[in-house]
Design a binder for this molecule. Structure first.
Ligand SMILES: [Zn+2]
Length: 62
């Protein structure tokens, strides 16, 4: 089941989100502050970052 963990870069909120397709990942918003600046906590960045337009998602949590 495609449930991804996200972390908000604005307020630091960590949450899980059911995501059907990769395109939806770019539409995920923080449930706490509503920011769209969220990053996936799983290492899916190697797959491609198709629509995020930012490579920071791969390096922001090391
Ligand atoms: Zn937030």
């Amino acid at each position: 089941m495609p449930i991804y963990e996200f972390k908000c870069q604005e307020c630091g909120e960590e949450f899980e989100k059911f995501v059907i397709s990769a395109s939806q990942v770019g539409q995920v918003k923080c449930p706490k502050c509503g920011s769209e600046k969220v990053v996936k906590k799983i290492s899916a960045c190697a797959i491609g970052g198709s629509d995020s337009g930012s490579s920071s998602a791969c390096t922001s949590f090391g």
